[in-house]
Design a binder for this molecule. Structure first.
Ligand SMILES: Nc1nc2c(c(=O)[nH]1)N[C@H]1C(S)=C(S)[C@@H](COP(=O)(O)O)O[C@H]1N2
Ligand SMILES: [Mo]
Length: 437
C-alpha cells in the first residue's frame, strides 16, 4: 500500500492534478480557487471520516491534515482496504477476503485508470455524449437527462475484471500493473441497453465494431492524445447485458468509476467498459483507437514459450475472459481447530459462459471434492460457491479452488500460457489454513 508519502508526493508534483485525481476538484491553478462539490466532497468526507461543514472555504491544493498527519497508509477516497498499486495513474486492487460480498460495494471495487480522470462535472444531467461513426445512420448527441428520459431502464449485476488481473505471477515478468487477484468485482449497475441507444442513431449494414471515448486526459497532459479508446464487435454490443450505466448499487457512479456515465460490456476485459463516456462510435472496421492495436489487450494467436517476443501481427484481440474463481472466506492464513469442518466460500465466473462446476482440494491438487455452485443473479454476474472442508490432522494446509465452465474448460492449477503483456491469468486461487490440535 502506498505509504503516507504517497499523498505528499502526489501533491508536490502537481497540486492541481492531485486535487483532480483524488476528489474530482477542478482548481484554478492561478487563484487556487475551486470548490468541492457533489461526489468529490463526498469522497473527501469519506476519506477524513466526517462531513466537512466549512468545505466551501477549503483552498484548492490543500491536503486535509487528517490525511497529511496520519500514520495510516494513504487510502483512496471512498475506498476501504484496497491495495494501491500505482498513484499516477491510480490503480488499486481488493484483497480476496474483502470481496466476500455477493454484490461488490463501491468501496471494494478495484480502480484501473489509464490516464487522469476528468473533474467532477458541475451539472451531470447536462453531460453530453455523441453517437457517431462511419456506420451510424444519423449522428446524434444525447445528454444524461435525455438518456434517462427516453430509454427503458435496466438493472443488472455484472462482473468486470481487468484483462491483466493476475499478471504479477507470470515469469518472466511482464510489463504493466502488477495485479495479484483483486482486479475483479461484481456490482449491480443501472442504465440503458447499449443496443437501444445504437438503434436510436441507426446501425448501417456494414457495422463491425462499437467503440467508446471518454473524458479522461492522457498522462502527458496532451489533449490531442487519448489514454484509452476501446470497443467490442457489434454482436457483443447488441447483447441484452451490454449497457450504458449511470448508477452502481443504486447510487450515482463514483467519479473513479466513470461518473456520470460509462459503457459496460461484462465478461470481457474491463478495458472495453469505457468510463466518463463522451462518444460512442459505430465503426465499419475493427476499432483502431488507443490500446486496441500493437500488443495491448492482445495475446499470441498461437501459444508461445515464456519470454518469447511476438510480432504485432501474430497477436489477437482478447474477447471473453476465461473461467476463474476466488476464495473470499476465510482469509488466507486463518487458524482452525482440528475436529470440526471449515466452511469456505467464494465466487466464480467465466466470461461469456457460466460456471458449471467447482471443486476444492486440500492436498495440493492430488484429489478434488465437489463444492456447491449457485446460479448467477443474471447472465454475466459471478456465481457464489461454498464447501465444507475436513482436515485429517493438525498441520499446514492449503485450500485450492478450481472452477469449470459450461464448455468444460477448467482453470489451470498453476499458470495458463505465458504471453508478452501478462493477460488472462486464471490460475486457481489458494489460501493457507493452519489446523491446530
Ligand atoms: N475512459 C476510460 N475508461 C476506462 C479506463 C480508462 O482508463 N479510461 N480503464 C479501463 C480499464 S483497463 C479497466 S480494467 C476498467 C476499470 O474499471 P474500474 O476502475 O471502474 O474498476 O475501466 C476501463 N475503462
Ligand atoms: Mo484493465
Amino acid at each position: 500500500m502506498t505509504s503516507r508519502r504517497g499523498i505528499h508526493r502526489l501533491y508536490a508534483e502537481d497540486p492541481t492534478m492531485a486535487d483532480r485525481q483524488l476528489w474530482g476538484r477542478k482548481v484554478d491553478p492561478v487563484s487556487r480557487r475551486g470548490f468541492l462539490r457533489g461526489s468529490g466532497l463526498a469522497a473527501m468526507s469519506a476519506a477524513v471520516g466526517a462531513s466537512i461543514p466549512f468545505a466551501k472555504f477549503m483552498p484548492g491544493g490543500l491536503i486535509p491534515a487528517a490525511l497529511a498527519q496520519s500514520d495510516e497508509p494513504f487510502a483512496l477516497p471512498g475506498k476501504s482496504g484496497l491495495t494501491v498499486l500505482n498513484d499516477r495513474p491510480v490503480n488499486a486492487e481488493t484483497p480476496a477476503h474483502l470481496l466476500d460480498d455477493r454484490v461488490t460495494p463501491a468501496a471494494r471495487l478495484f480502480v484501473r485508470n489509464n490516464g487522469i480522470p476528468p473533474a467532477q462535472p458541475a451539472q451531470p444531467d447536462r453531460w453530453t455524449f455523441e453517437l457517431t461513426g462511419e456506420s451510424c445512420v444519423e449522428a446524434k448527441s444525447l445528454t444524461l437527462a435525455e438518456l434517462k428520459a427516453n430509454f427503458e431502464h435496466h438493472t443488472l449485476q455484472l462482473q468486470i475484471e481487468c484483462g491483466g488481473n493476475g499478471r504479477s505471477e507470470f515469469y518472466p515478468p511482464t510489463p504493466g500493473t502488477q495485479w495479484t487477484t483483486g482486479a475483479i468485482g461484481c456490482p449491480e449497475w443501472t442504465g440503458v441497453r447499449l443496443r437501444d441507444v445504437l438503434e436510436y442513431c441507426g446501425i448501417k449494414d456494414d457495422a463491425v465494431y462499437v467503440a467508446y471515448e471518454g473524458a479522461d486526459l492522457h498522462l502527458s497532459g496532451d489533449t490531442a492524445k487519448r489514454p484509452i479508446s476501446r470497443g467490442v464487435p457489434l454482436h457483443k454490443a447488441l447483447e441484452d447485458e451490454s449497457m450504458i450505466v449511470w448508477a452502481m448499487n443504486g447510487e450515482p457512479l463514483p467519479l473513479l468509476h466513470g461518473y456520470p456515465l460509462r459503457m459496460l460490456c461484462a465478461g470481457w476485459p474491463a478495458s472495453v467498459s469505457g468510463k466518463w463516456l463522451t462518444r460512442i462510435m459505430i465503426r465499419d472496421r475493427v476499432h483502431d483507437g488507443e490500446k486496441m492495436l500493437g500488443q495491448s489487450y492482445r495475446v499470441p494467436c498461437k501459444p508461445v514459450a515464456p519470454g518469447t517476443s511476438v510480432a504485432d501481427e501474430d497477436m489477437c484481440i482478447i474477447e471473453s475472459m476465461p473461467v476463474k474463481s476466488l476464495i473470499t472466506y476465510p482469509k488466507s492464513g486463518v487458524s482452525h481447530a482440528a475436529g470440526a469442518p471449515l466452511d469456505i466460500r467464494g465466487h466464480a465466473w467465466a466470461g461469456d459462459q457460466s460456471v458449471a462446476e467447482i471443486f476444492t482440494s486440500i492436498d495440493f491438487g492430488a484429489t478434488w471434492q465437489v463444492a456447491k455452485i449457485e446460479k448467477a443473479a443474471n447472465r454475466l454476474a459471478w456465481q457464489h460457491w461454498s464447501a465444507s472442508v475436513d482436515f485429517p490432522e493438525p498441520g499446514y494446509y492449503e485450500v485450492w479452488a478450481r472452477a469449470v465452465d459450461s464448455n468444460g474448460n477448467s482453470q489451470p492449477v498453476i499458470l495458463p500460457g505465458w504471453n508478452p503483456r501478462g493477460y488472462l491469468n486464471n490460475a486457481c486461487h489458494r489460501i493457507a489454513v493452519g489446523v491446530t490440535a
